[in-house]
Design a protein around this ligand. Structure first.
Ligand code: H79
Length: 446
C-alpha cells in the first residue's frame, strides 16, 4: 500500500506542466534567511483530524469509497470531541521536542475546522462548536511552537469545485455546473481569513493535481498569499509539478520547499525539504493502527536531519479529541532522546555523509555528529574525510573514542552494546568548518 501511495504521488507530481519559482514576480519568493530559520527547527507535528474519525477511515480518500458520500458528508452532525484540549496537544508536541505544528484546517473532504464565514460546512455546525484552529494557534503561542495550517487545494465537497467523486467512472462524479473561478475566489477568501485570524508561520498545501487547477492559478495564489504576509512560508504543493530537482540540486517546482511523503528525502544541501510521515499507518485515526517502534522513530528523525531535511511527524487524534495514550508515550520518548542529543539535530546541517542503514551524519561549526545505528563487530568503519584533520572524537553523552585514521577510512571502535540502542551519537571535531566538506556519496540504501 505504501509503495502504491508513493507511486501515486510520483505520477501525480509528474502530471501537469512543470513550473518553477522563476515564473514568480521578482522579490516575492520567501527569503533564504526565513527558510534557514525554518530548516533549523527540524521537527514538527502534523495533525490529521476531522469528523471522518467517527468512521476510522482515511481522511478525504475514504469519501465515496469505504464511506458512502451521503454518510461521510453528514458525519459532522455527530462530531463532538469533548476530550479535545488544544493545550494538551501542543504540550505533547513540545514534550516531543517538536518546534512547529501543522493542522488540517481543510482536507480534501472540504470540512473546515474553524468558523469560516464562507461556508457552513465547518466546526460551528457540529455539536462541539469550538474553533479548533484558533485554540491550537493560541496554545502554540503559549508553548513557543510555530503554528502552521494545512489547506487542500482540491475540495471534493464544495459545490463550485468540479470534482465530487474520483471513484465514479460514469461521469456522475463531475459537477457540470461548477465554476472553478468561483471556487478560487472561495479559496482566496478562506486563506485571507486564516492568515488574518491565525497568523500562520507556514501554509501546507496539498491536492493541486486535478486538471481544473492550473499553473496560472497556482502562480497567482502564491503571489496573493505573499501580499497577505510577506514572510509566509508556502510548501511546494500549490503548483502543478510539485516535486523534483535538476542536476544541480535546484528546485524544479513552485514553492519554498519540497515535501517527500512517507519516505526520507535525499541529502540535498541546496534545496529545503521536509519529509511528512505517519507515526502509525493511516493519516487520520483508525482503531488499533500499527505504531512505529521508538527505534524507527528516532532513526527516521536522524536520517532526515542527516539528509538536511525536516521531519513533519503525523498523529491522528481520536474522534473524542484525545491523542492515543501510546502515541503520547512514544512522542515523549522521542523528546527524552532529543533532550540528550538535541545538539546533533536542531540547528545543524545534514551531511557530509549520505544517510545509510548503519549511520547518518549532521554537522555544525567544527563538529560532525555521527548518528550510529549499527556497529558491526564493535567498529564503525566509514570513508575518510579528504583534507580534514580530526582533532578529537568522543561520545556526545560522554566518553572518549579512540579513532583510527587510515588513508581512506575512519575506524571508530564502539562498545559491543551501543550506549544508546536507538542512536548513539559520536562527535568528530574537525580542523575546519564542517559545512565546507563536500557530500560523500554512499551506495547503500537509506
Ligand atoms: O494528507 C495526507 C494524504 O491524504 C495526502 N497527503 C498527505 C499529507 C495525499 N494526497 N494524495 N496522496 C496522499 C496520494 C495518495 C494516493 C493514494 Fe490512493 C491514496 C494511494 C492509495 C490511497 C488514490 C486513492 C489512489 C488510489 C486510491
Amino acid at each position: 500500500m505504501k509503495k502504491i501511495a508513493t507511486l501515486c504521488l510520483l505520477l501525480l507530481a509528474l502530471y501537469g506542466h512543470a513550473q518553477t519559482n522563476a515564473e514568480l514576480p521578482p522579490g516575492i519568493l520567501t527569503s533564504k534567511a526565513v527558510m534557514d530559520r525554518f530548516m533549523n527547527l527540524r521537527f514538527g507535528m502534523f495533525i490529521h483530524w476531522g469528523p471522518v474519525t467517527l468512521r476510522g477511515t482515511e481522511i478525504g480518500w475514504s469519501r465515496h469509497r469505504e464511506v458512502p458520500g451521503a454518510d461521510y458528508d453528514t458525519l459532522y452532525r455527530q462530531f463532538n470531541p469533548v476530550k479535545f484540549n488544544a493545550d494538551e496537544w501542543v504540550k505533547t508536541a513540545s514534550e516531543a521536542g517538536m518546534k512547529y505544528l501543522v493542522i488540517t484546517a481543510k482536507h480534501h473532504d472540504g470540512f473546515c475546522l474553524w468558523p469560516s464565514a464562507y461556508t457552513d460546512y465547518n466546526i460551528m455546525a457540529t455539536p462541539f462548536k469550538k474553533d479548533v484552529v484558533g485554540l491550537l494557534a493560541k496554545a502554540c503561542k503559549k508553548y513557543g511552537i510555530q503554528f502552521c495550517i494545512y489547506y487542500s487545494v482540491l475540495d471534493w465537497h464544495h459545490p463550485e469545485y468540479p470534482t465530487d467523486n474520483i471513484y465514479d467512472t460514469t461521469g456522475a462524479g463531475i459537477r457540470k455546473n461548477a465554476h472553478i473561478e468561483k471556487y478560487v475566489a472561495y479559496m482566496k477568501n478562506q486563506l485571507k481569513e486564516l492568515v488574518s485570524n491565525y497568523d500562520p508561520y507556514m501554509l501546507w498545501f496539498d491536492g493541486p493535481w486535478e486538471s481544473v487547477w492550473t499553473k496560472e492559478m497556482a502562480l497567482d495564489m502564491y503571489a496573493y498569499l505573499k501580499t497577505l504576509k510577506k514572510d509566509l512560508i508556502i510548501n511546494n504543493r500549490l503548483g502543478k509539478a510539485f516535486s523534483g530537482v535538476d542536476a544541480s540540486g535546484t528546485a524544479t517546482f513552485l514553492g519554498d520547499y519540497d515535501t517527500p511523503e512517507q519516505r526520507i528525502g535525499d541529502l540535498n544541501m541546496n534545496m529545503p525539504w521536509e519529509t511528512c510521515m505517519t507515526i502509525c499507518e493511516q493519516w487520520a485515526w483508525k482503531p488499533n493502527d500499527k505504531m512505529k517502534s521508538l527505534r524507527t522513530c528516532i532513526e527516521t528523525l536522524a536520517k532526515v536531519a542527516g539528509g538536511n531535511g525536516n521531519l513533519l511527524f503525523n498523529i491522528g487524534p481520536r474522534p473524542d479529541g484525545a491523542i492515543e495514550p501510546e502515541q503520547v508515550v512514544r512522542l515523549k520518548e522521542m523528546g527524552s532522546w532529543l533532550k540528550q542529543y538535541g545538539a546533533a539535530v536542531y540547528n545543524t546541517h545534514g551531511g557530509p555523509y549520505e544517510p545509510n542503514p548503519a549511520y547518518a551524519a549532521t554537522r555544525s561549526g567544527n563538529k560532525i555528529y555521527l548518528h550510529v545505528f549499527e556497529a558491526a563487530k564493535g567498529n564503525l568503519t566509514i570513508p575518510a574525510l579528504p583534507g580534514v584533520k580530526i582533532k578529537k572524537a568522543y561520545l556526545l553523552k560522554g566518553g572518549a573514542v579512540k579513532l583510527t585514521v587510515t588513508a581512506d577510512q575512519l575506524i571508530i571502535p564502539l562498545p559491543a552494546v551501543l550506549p544508546d540502542p536507538n542512536d548513539t551519537v559520536v562527535v568528530l571535531e574537525t580542523d575546519k568548518p564542517a559545512i565546507s566538506i563536500a557530500p560523500i556519496k554512499n551506495d547503500k540504501k537509506k
